[in-house]
Design a protein around this ligand. Sequence first.
Ligand SMILES: [Zn+2]
Ligand SMILES: [Zn+2]
Length: 459
Amino acid sequence: MPTCPKCQSQFEITQDDLLFYDKISPVFNGRKYQIPEPKLCPDCKEQRRLALRNESKFYKRECGICGKIIISVYSPKSDYTVYCHECWWSDNFDPVEYGCDFDFSKSFSEQFQELFKNVPAVNLNTHSSNENSDYVNYISKSKNCYMCVAGGFLEDVYYSNLGINCKQSMDIYFSFDSELCYEIMNCSNCYDVKYSKDSKGCNNSWFVDDCIGCSNCILCSGLKNKSYCFKNKQLSKEEFFTIEKDFISNLPTEINHYREEFKWICLSVPKKYIHILNSESCSGDYIANSKGCVNCFEIRDAEDCINCMNVMGVKDVRSCSQCGLNTEVAYELMTGSLNIYHILFSSVIRDNSSDILYSFNISSCSNCFACIGLRRKQYCILNKQYSKQEYEELVPRIIEHMQKSTPLSPPYSRGEASEASRGVEWPEWGEFFNPRLSNFCYNETVAVEYFPLTNKEAH
Ligand SMILES: [Zn+2]
Ligand SMILES: [Zn+2]
């Protein structure tokens, strides 16, 4: 069993993992460029990916083209040129103009870092399909939304994180196919449900936990197909509505008391050992409608996924985070959605893209390597356009260069490397972006929520 050089934990690389690396290894001119076994453990790889994603630290700054004051994930103190959503997606900006030749006297990381600094970034990670939703991040196909991060197909939703297909709702986390909900977490197919968690198919209820198919329930836990229950006690319809009237009129003054009571009710009812629904052969937690997923967290509609977090509507992906809406065959992908296929070591890849390697913020592209901000392109390297033949000749040479070269600094997650691993270096090929290439400070990223570091460790 290999030992992770960063955290010193031992981790397993199975025969099935090796078959997966072999299957996804890119082929150019009949020769396969093998993806090597990972050096870091799954957790350290996850931390390295998350250090590239700033979901909700926003700054005020100016658009580099029209001068409009915008909200952005990039601090005005950062080196990046930032454009507003309209300018970035318009024909006034062509990221191919920043294309450059690959320099074999330098490492891949150095050159990618240079491109990162040069290509203007879009203020927030929004999708061109959004309507009237200027203050959302990592959201697509949504309308009239405000301060929502991660998700899609939302309408009239405010303050959500990981909401998909929800309407007229507020303060929702990891919830799906729901309407008129408030303060819900891990809920699906709910209607008019408030202050609730881990429930499915419920309606007109307050403070329900681990309930399925319930309606008109208040402060209940672990119920199935019940109506008119209060604190897990069956009432008549008339009794329930009398209690509900009092409950609602007292809500403004008693909310903290209700929250406390709800906490104890949740604790008093035995729970299934894992939050798993309609799934088979899965391990991890918060899993729904999935099959054959191992060590996965907050996933749904997923098949054959390993070491993934926040993936929905995905198949055959490993070591991926925040992906969904038809993502298939991906490895070390941080953020990807909307019909994408065969994506390796990349971040923010969308809209019918395929065969993308080491790229960032790509839409509707195929066969691109080390590109940033491109849309509707094929056969580009470092944002420079090539013919198919040139691309297929040059990419293998760059991979061979990456197999020999080492990055700027060891490709650890940020944070201090263990004593034993100091000075250890390995080739760039087969590793996700060095966290030193991140556009963000560590404490601006999602990584800090799962892997907190001290100020000193993060530098
Ligand atoms: Zn580790
Ligand atoms: Zn602008």
